[in-house]
Design a protein around this ligand. Structure first.
Ligand code: B12
Ligand code: SF4
Length: 491
């Protein structure tokens, strides 16, 4: 009998307000399993709120052989709670966890949770297929030592099999199994904003980022034809209204990026889209080409306006390259969002001022200010340990808005002060109106972020907003781009 598999997207911790999004990892795992004839159910605890009893009931009714939970650091503790409920409901089920947090802290996860049987490290498609095959054919926990990329417990000991090599032919992967999700629940401003990943791997190794560990440093791109097939599929089957290209560095291979645009033009795929890339992987010509295919927003990892910080983060870019890419994109008519890492160890108030000056000089359309978060496995995490800085041990706090360690040179109060002063100025009424009047999808998201900020900072407006709309007051916004789950629901 073929194993029945349930895949779970855990909830965010109750104190965290985050955007909800179609989880691509689960989508890919479900797709490869279904392609091989396994029955898969998906439980998304972010769009549907379950009580522990409700979740237990759900698992019991599905009665699966395997229950797999995904997790990042911020969702790790809720994911353990899902496993506790899962084991109580279906004790025979083999429980798995994967994702960036446990790919690094595999042993710790097994030690912390008696309800977790196996950690899947790194890319999971091939591994889950092999686990499903074992669960179906050979009986649980037998022959695990032959499956690469897992860590498991047996006789009170943990065993790690060798890392699995990254898949080379990612074109052979099926499309993510979005049919398991009600895509209406992930809409933004009524638009079906559908995610796509056209490549895996990032050849850079910035100290604060885990991407090259999760997907490898070798860039693996899908063929332009297959990419555009998927774009058409998203449009025709799911009513996509805009595309989010979630590749780590979409334009790493400039020729491939040109070829994707050619294919989009040829096949008249012209919905608005946005992508993420490095400032040293764009040219004027490429940006013009992206614009011609309706790329409306480009996200650059600018990180800092201080050359010293860029060096310390091993970003491999310069302040000049950052400014040049922003100018080029604006010249091409594409809006620019920049992400910054602030509060990095050894950053001084003067360095932070350099970053703020950079923003005033280059005037990007949107700014994310992300705290330097020492995700397990990053060089930043090791650096902080080396410096002996005090670190927050609560995984629920590991997100861009929270300070996780104390930078003695740049106290939290100072950081908050600088951030607030910047956004008070940046998110002006003028900014709000300009974006609102532009009417395109991305400008509406930016206008909403500005409105949140304006409302949050103005007592009268906040009071009026509550009274008039009878909606809960928007959460404080400090430049986070994606709207929270509540805002998504309201939009
Ligand atoms: C795109 C992206 C996003 C998108 C989401 C895309 C989507 N629709 O899924 C957006 C912008 C919304 C996003 C949000 C956030 N992200 Co993000 N994101 C990424 C990025 C660039 C790619 C992730 C991706 O989709 N990969 C492709 C899919 C197929 O891979 P995957 O999800 O990792 O799943 C595979 C394996 O992990 C494994 N697997 C995963 N789960 C399971 C479960 C089982 C049972 C098994 C067997 C296997 C398995 O198999 C999957 C298939 O191969 C990564 C960097 C990277 N390259 O990994 C960062 C990354 C995952 N994000 C990160 C972070 C921190 C966040 C945020 C917390 C940021 C914040 N707001 O503070 C939020 C919330 C994340 C959350 N809830 O999980 C960190 C995670 C670090 C950590 N230890 O937690 C990463 C690694 C970047 C970094 N800073 O280093 N993110
Ligand atoms: S921050 Fe961007 S460029 Fe740097 S390693 Fe991560 S994905 Fe690659």
């Amino acid at each position: 009998m073929k194993a029945r598999v349930v895949l779970v997207n855990p909830p965010y911790p109750p104190e965290v307000s985050q955007s909800i999004f179609l989880p691509l990892g689960i989508g890919y795992l479900a797709a490869v399993l279904e392609k091989e004839g396994y029955t898969v159910d998906v439980v998304d605890c972010q769009t549907k709120k379950y009580t522990p009893q409700g979740l237990e009931e759900k698992f019991r009714s599905l009665n699966p052989d395997i229950i797999g939970v995904t997790s990042a650091t911020v969702t790790y503790l809720p994911a353990l709670e899902v496993l506790r409920v899962a084991k109580a409901a279906v004790p025979k089920a083999l429980t798995l966890m994967g994702g960036p947090h446990v790919s690094v802290l595999d042993q710790q996860a097994l030690a912390e949770s008696p309800d977790l049987d196996i950690v899947v490290r790194g890319e999971g498609e091939q591994t889950i297929l092999e686990l499903a095959r074992f669960a179906s054919e050979k009986g649980l926990l037998r022959g695990l030592s032959t499956i690469e990329g897992i860590t498991y417990r047996r006789d009170n000991q943990t065993f790690s099999t060798p890392d699995r090599r990254f898949m080379q032919d990612i074109d052979s992967l099926p499309y993510p199994a979005h049919h398991h999700f009600d895509t209406n629940l992930y809409k933004l401003f009524g638009v079906n904003y559908m995610p796509i990943i056209t490549s895996r791997g990032c050849p850079s190794a910035c100290t604060f980022c885990l991407a090259s560990k999760m997907c490898g440093q070798g860039f693996r791109g899908r063929s332009p034809k297959r990419v555009v097939d998927e774009l058409e599929w998203l449009r025709d089957e799911f009513g996509a209204g805009a595309y989010a290209f979630y590749d780590d560095t979409f334009t790493f291979d400039l020729n491939r990026a040109f070829a994707i645009c050619d294919e989009m033009q040829k096949r008249r795929v012209d919905l608005p889209w946005d992508c993420r890339t490095r400032v040293d992987r764009v040219s004027r010509e490429l940006l013009a080409k992206l614009k011609a295919t309706n790329c409306q927003l480009i996200h650059f990892g600018v990180e800092s306006g201080s050359p010293e910080m860029l060096k310390l983060m091993r970003k491999g870019t310069t302040v000049e390259l950052n400014a040049q890419a922003i100018n080029w994109a604006k010249e091409a008519g594409i809006s620019v969002a920049v992400s910054l890492v602030i509060g990095y160890p050894t950053e001084t108030p003067q360095m932070l001022e350099q970053t703020i000056d950079f923003l005033y000089k280059t005037k990007p359309d949107y700014v994310y200010m992300c705290e330097a978060v020492p995700y397990p496995g990053t060089e930043l995490a090791y650096f902080i340990k080396e410096l002996g800085l005090e670190v927050d041990a609560n995984w629920n706090q590991y997100r861009e808005e929270t300070q996780i360690f104390k930078n003695t040179l740049l106290p939290l109060e100072r950081l908050e002060e600088v951030k607030k002063a910047f956004f008070d100025d940046y998110f002006s009424y003028g900014y709000f109106l300009r974006k609102k009047m532009k009417r395109d999808f991305y400008s509406q998201i930016m206008a909403r972020a500005a409105l949140n900020h304006l409302v949050w900072n103005n007592k009268v407006l906040r009071w009026g907003f509550r009274k008039l709309s009878k909606l809960r007051a928007p959460k404080k916004s400090m430049g986070g781009y994606s709207s929270s789950a509540q805002e998504q629901a309201q939009s």
